[in-house]
Write a protein that binds this ligand. Structure first.
Ligand SMILES: N[C@@H](CCC(=O)N[C@@H](CSC=O)C(=O)NCC(=O)O)C(=O)O
Length: 283
C-alpha cells in the first residue's frame, strides 16, 4: 500500500499532514489527516485518537475547525481524522442527492444492500484498514487507541467501541446520534445500507447495544442545548437511560447555548482530549 502525502505543515511544534491511499476496504481512494505532536521522535510511540466526523464532512472539517492541535501537542496525542464515506467514480450516492445518505454519510457501517455494499464499508475501514496504515506510517502506539466523534461520527465512535470491547481505551462524543433506530437520519441510513430487517440495525445503535449487554468503562458526551437536531435526531436521553440501567458511568454535559457546529466542538475539544489522555496514559 502506497501512502501519498498531499500536504504537511508545521503546527504547534508538530506536523499536520493530509494523506491519500487506495483503500482495499472501500475500493476507492481515501483521504485522511494526521497530526503528529512534537513528542514524536527517537523511537517514541504515542497514543492515537481517532475522530469520526459527521454528515457532509470530509477529513477537512475537523482539521480546519476542530482546534485540537494545541491540546494534542501538550498531551502527546496523535490525532487521526478520516473521511465519512467512500467517494469517486462509480460510488453511488443518495438517489435525490440528499445530504444525509450516500456521499459524506457512510454512517460507519459495512453496507449489505446493493448498490452500496461494494464501496460503503466504513466499519471495516475504520476498524481494520486505517489503523494498519497508521501503525505502518506514523509513530503510533496501537495499544493505546481512543475514539471520538461528532453527530453521525459520535454514533460511529460509540457503536464501534461498544461492538469491539477492549479495542479503544476511551470513548467520547460531541452531540452523537444516540439511537439511530429511533431517529429519521438513522432509519434512512440503516435501512438504506443494511436493508429492512430491523434486528440487524441494533448492532449499529449505541443505545440498543447497551440494552443488549455491551459495556464501556466510562463515557464523556457534550451536547449543546441550542442544537437544532437535539430533539428529533440526537436524543441523548435515550443513551442516558440505557447507561443508567447498565451502570455505565456517563458524563453527559448539557452545554447551555451551544449549537451543533464546530464553534461548539472546538470549545470543548481540549476537555475531551485531556479526558482521553488520562485514560490512554494511566491504565
Ligand atoms: N443542514 C446541514 C446538515 C449538515 C450538518 O449539520 N452536518 C454537521 C454534522 S450533522 C451530523 O452528523 C457537520 O459537521 N457539518 C460540517 C461543518 O463543518 O459544520 C447541511 O445541509 O449541510
Amino acid at each position: 500500500m502506497t501512502l501519498e502525502t498531499l500536504s504537511t505543515s508545521k503546527s504547534h511544534g508538530g506536523v499536520q499532514g493530509v494523506y491519500r491511499h487506495a483503500s482495499a476496504a472501500t475500493g476507492t481512494d481515501m483521504t485522511f489527516s494526521v497530526f503528529v505532536p512534537p513528542q514524536a521522535g527517537a523511537g517514541a510511540k504515542l497514543p492515537v485518537v481517532f475522530y469520526l466526523s459527521g454528515l457532509t464532512c470530509t477529513h477537512a472539517n475537523v482539521t480546519e475547525k476542530g482546534e485540537y492541535r494545541r491540546a494534542c501537542a501538550e498531551l502527546g496525542l496523535i490525532f487521526v481524522a478520516p473521511d465519512t464515506s467512500p467517494r469517486g467514480e462509480g460510488v453511488p450516492d443518495d438517489p435525490d442527492g440528499a445530504y444525509d445518505f450516500g456521499l459524506g454519510a457512510g454512517f460507519y457501517v459495512d453496507a449489505t444492500v446493493e448498490p452500496f455494499a461494494r464501496h460503503y464499508r466504513m466499519a471495516s475501514y475504520i476498524l481494520e484498514e486505517l489503523p494498519g496504515i497508521i501503525e505502518a506510517n506514523f509513530p503510533a502506539d496501537m495499544g493505546a487507541q481512543a475514539i471520538m466523534g461528532h453527530s453521525m461520527g459520535g454514533h460511529g465512535a460509540l457503536t464501534l467501541a461498544l461492538a469491539n470491547p477492549g479495542r479503544y481505551r476511551s470513548v467520547s462524543a460531541f452531540a452523537p446520534i444516540s439511537s439511530p433506530i429511533n431517529c429519521p437520519w438513522g432509519v434512512k441510513a440503516l435501512g438504506g445500507y443494511l436493508g429492512e430487517d430491523r434486528a440487524q440495525w441494533r448492532r449499529h445503535d449505541a443505545t440498543a447495544l447497551i440494552e443488549d449487554g455491551a459495556r464501556l468503562d466510562a463515557l464523556l458526551v457534550d451536547q449543546g442545548d441550542a442544537d437544532p437536531f437535539l430533539a428529533e435526531q440526537l436524543k441523548p436521553e435515550l443513551l442516558e437511560k440505557a447507561c443508567r440501567a447498565a451502570g455505565i458511568p456517563l458524563a453527559l454535559r448539557m452545554q447551555p447555548g451551544y449549537d451543533h457546529s464546530y464553534y461548539f466542538i472546538s470549545t470543548f475539544m481540549a476537555d475531551h482530549l485531556r479526558w482521553h489522555a488520562e485514560r490512554l496514559r494511566f491504565r
